[in-house]
Design a protein around this ligand. Structure first.
Ligand code: ADP
Ligand code: GLC
Length: 488
């Protein structure tokens, strides 16, 4: 049994803005089911505390340079016995808004101090200096918010092994030199082979430079980030780590209990591969929800997304606009929140085609499940996608994903070429370039295949039997932890 401390800035359902939260719950759960002693550490956000009944104060830490003592509260990952430690500091985390942004969507001005404090508290726990009487052998850090953990631990003589997982290179936690000084971090970290990045301080580099091993969330993305287009200036460092066998890609799994069309508590009409019929009732319910005509034969596309450039939402809007202008019999239902410009463009599309396009802005867990269950095809034309979870949820619900051939989308979807379809391997539709032209061409193919119910149904069945459980990937992480502990 290994002792693992898993550090993340969001953990479903305690706090979630995207897939990081899903992974930060389902991976620890899978490892705990494999008899590992894994504990999660995350910030005690106001919204997290508000939803928790039970929590116990288990430690108080006095960190150097901080006036207030930091409290560690203990709870459990809902529905499991996985221990979660919450780092409580009212000044940093007790406020309305999201984990990274205020209620208007602007980054919190003090994000560097908030996550530096979180990292320092995690380091105290990882070094068994918090009075919790528990010493991890491995600390598994996730994304830039945890990047200072490997950096600070590297300064200690005796320390646990460290793994840093990149969920998204596009967010690096870059701050000015003044902020670095204000944080009172050790001067030795400020160097090119440290967290300095073109005159700025990079939290992400703290993970990339100092962790014993780096992983990313799919094999393809782990390769892509070693190149200029996806590396954001860190491709050299990442290539070096790959050559040193210190960077690998492990594809995410999904929580197959939560995302199961047969037992999903959010959908009215459960279904499975032996009984697909109720899926059409979910489609009808979705059409009612969005006030769209209730037509079983209309191809309905679903989209659930952060509305940001990464997700190719602009490509979707234009390609769908083109199909609708041509009078094609399709519908689009979309759930998302994000950039104001994209929200506006979606509103314009809906205003033009009110009986074809349904949109709901904001975050809605239940509706996300209903869209997965009711739509025929799922749109994920991402410009880049480290892993992506929604395409895997879609596959389980027989909602064929339309994806760009990149990152985790490339690794989890098999394109509907004639050859793949004949061999019963095809599970979705892939296109190569992030252009409206390519997406539009693919949507025409989707539309065409949809007119052949037998072929469509066959692909649905192939999609639904794919195994995206955590079994293999959690085993791969465990293997990695064991290797690192053995050599340390
Ligand atoms: P990313 O983490 O880049 O946003 P993923 O596909 O890995 O992309 O994960 C997104 C997760 O967030 C999925 O669980 C998805 O259902 C959920 N999600 C995204 N936007 C919304 C929303 N507006 N309402 C509910 N769930 C959402
Ligand atoms: C990030 C990525 C997404 C990935 C998720 C979980 O948010 O954008 O592709 O699935 O992290 O690893």
């Amino acid at each position: 049994m290994r002792k693992i401390l898993f550090a993340s800035s969001e953990v479903h359902p305690l706090m979630k803005t995207g897939g990081l939260a899903d992974v930060s719950a389902s991976l620890p759960l899978a490892l705990s089911q494999m008899q590992q002693d894994i504990r999660i550490i995350m910030p005690a956000y106001r919204a997290t505390l508000d939803q928790l009944g039970e929590r116990a104060l288990v430690a108080t830490i006095k960190l150097e340079g901080y006036q207030q003592a930091i409290r560690i509260l203990q709870t459990q990952l809902p529905g499991s016995d996985v221990i979660v430690w919450l780092v409580e500091s009212a000044e940093h985390f007790d406020r309305d808004g999201g984990p990274y942004c205020d209620t208007k969507g602007a980054d919190w001005a003090d994000n560097a101090s908030r996550f530096a404090l979180f990292c320092r508290a995690a380091v105290a726990v990882a070094s068994n200096q918090a009075g919790l009487d528990w010493q991890p052998e491995v600390v598994h850090c996730n994304d830039w918010q945890t990047g200072l953990i490997p950096a600070l631990l590297s300064l200690q003589d005796s320390r646990p092994a460290t793994v840093f997982t990149i969920h998204n290179m596009a967010y690096q936690g870059l701050f000015s030199r003044q902020v670095f000084e204000m944080l009172n971090l050790p001067d030795s970290l400020w160097q090119i082979e440290g967290i300095e990045f073109y005159g700025m301080m990079s939290f992400m580099k703290g993970g990339l430079v100092y962790a014993d091993h780096i992983t990313s969330v799919s094999p393809t993305y782990a390769q892509e980030i070693c190149h200029y287009e996806f590396g954001y200036g860190l491709e050299g460092l990442l290539s070096l780590r790959a050559q040193q066998s210190r960077l690998s890609g492990i594809v995410n799994g999904i929580d197959t209990l939560e995302w199961n069309p047969q037992t999903d508590k959010f959908i009215d009409h459960p279904f499975n591969i032996k009984n697909l019929r109720p899926k059409s009732l979910n489609k009808k319910a979705l059409q009612q929800h969005f006030f769209l005509p209730e037509s079983a034969d209309t191809l309905m596309f679903g989209m659930i997304s952060r509305l940001v450039s990464q997700k190719g939402v602009d490509l979707t809007i234009e390609a769908i606009h083109r199909l609708l202008t041509e009078g094609r019999d399709i519908q689009l239902v979309c759930l998302g929140s994000g950039e104001a410009g994209l929200e506006q463009d979606l509103r314009v599309l809906r205003a033009r085609f009110p009986d074809k396009v349904g949109i709901q802005f904001g975050y809605d867990e239940a509706l996300a499940h209903k869209i997965e269950a009711g739509a025929d095809a799922f749109l994920m034309p991402s410009r880049f996608e480290p892993c992506g979870l929604n395409q895997m949820y879609s596959l389980r619900y027989g909602t064929l994903p339309v994806v760009r051939d990149t990152g985790g989308l490339a690794d989890t979807v098999v394109d509907a070429t004639e050859e793949n379809r004949k061999q019963m391997l095809a599970t979705g539709f892939k296109f190569a370039e992030p252009t409206v032209e390519d997406l539009y061409g693919t949507l025409l193919k989707v539309n065409e295949l949809f007119t052949h119910p037998r072929l469509w149904r066959r692909m649905m069945l192939t999609a639904m039997v794919q195994d995206f459980s955590w079994i293999n990937s959690a085993q791969a992480y465990l293997h990695l932890y064991e290797q690192l502990v053995d050599i340390s």
